[in-house]
Design a protein around this ligand. Structure first.
Ligand code: RIB
Length: 308
């Protein structure tokens, strides 16, 4: 198998995760059962997902000069990923997230501070530009500063490198950037923030899909959790049901899906197969605790697809 080349521009965040029998309401303290500190951040999670799923993956991110920074370097080195484009900010903190997981449902609540991930410079993107240009796909999210993202998008677009934008966490994206996106992967709430109307029903999904296509997005792939993924482009519309698995922790499932999608597209799989592959990566991720550490390897992904 020829490896695809995936370039991920995104955050590195240290995840401080606790599990509890239920999530607290405002003002309440709930006793937890597990506490873990580990590598996370949507960008980094997607990078690890792509690497484990079989792509030659370049990660572009930024960390601080603090006690959390070694967690990033140890994690990427432990995965066998190159760290040449992990930039360092001497004054900012490394990003951090407080994640609460309900151990009965696997659902979570997250607060994230982006820290150094929000401080990528144009010079740093220039240093990594050859990596973007030589990739089969550029994968981006919204946990980095928008000017850096916009600049990376312009490099990819000028060099005909297809772009996946996972618009998470939900935020506004300029029409100029949307017009250059080949694959947009929002969930319902992210879609709603981007298009400015509620996205809840099947009819809303189609309306939102048309909204994005009219903005110039080539393919919209809505991620719908346990329901699966819904694809819309100018010639196709279809639901790709999720794999039926035992849900332990949904944190990072969207990142797993996006990392998987990037690998499949970089390997030039047809889009329907690529979405099934992404669904499998997302499904396997929720069967384990954590974010980056819960990303599946290629053999597990292939097995799940073969068995279904
Ligand atoms: O998507 C999950 C990620 O969101 C976590 O790893 C956390 O760092 C937040 O960025």
């Amino acid at each position: 198998m020829v490896k695809g080349k995936v370039c991920v521009l995104g955050s590195f965040i240290v995840d401080l995760m606790m599990r509890a029998p239920r999530l607290p309401v405002p003002g309440e303290t709930v006793k937890g059962t597990i506490f873990k500190i580990g590598p996370g951040g949507k960008g980094s999670n997607q990078g690890v997902a792509a690497h484990r799923a079989g792509a030659d993956t370049t990660m572009i991110t930024k960390i601080g000069n603090d006690e959390f920074a070694p967690i990033a370097l140890n994690s990427f080195e432990g995965e066998g990923m190159i760290t040449d484009y992990i930039f360092k900010d001497e004054t900012a903190d490394t990003g951090a997230a407080l994640i609460m997981v309900d151990e009965n449902t696997g659902q979570n609540k997250i607060i994230v501070t982006l820290g150094a991930s929000d401080k990528l410079t144009q010079e740093e993107i220039d240093l990594a530009s050859e990596q973007i240009i030589n990739s089969d796909i550029l994968l981006i999210q919204l946990e980095t500063n928008f000017d850096a993202l916009e600049y990376a998008v312009s490099i990819a677009y000028a060099n005909e490198v297809p772009i996946i934008l996972n618009p998470a966490p939900a935020d506004m994206v300029s029409d100029e950037v949307l017009a250059r996106i080949d694959y947009l992967t929002p969930n319902e709430s992210e879609a709603s923030v981007l298009c400015g109307f509620p996205v809840k029903t099947d009819e809303d999904l189609r309306k939102a899909g048309l909204y994005f296509l009219d903005k110039g997005v080539k393919n919209v792939i809505f991620t719908l959790g346990e329901k699966g993924a819904f694809l819309m482009n100018r010639t196709q519309q279809g639901m790709f049901p999720a794999f039926d698995v035992n849900i332990i922790d949904t944190t990072g499932a969207g990142d797993a899906f996006n990392g998987g999608l990037a690998v499949a597209l970089a390997e030039k799989m047809p889009l329907d197969q690529a979405i099934t592959f992404a669904n499998a990566v997302g499904a396997l991720n929720v069967t384990k605790i954590g974010t980056a550490p819960a990303m599946p390897f290629r053999e597990e992904i292939n097995l799940l697809i073969e068995e279904n």
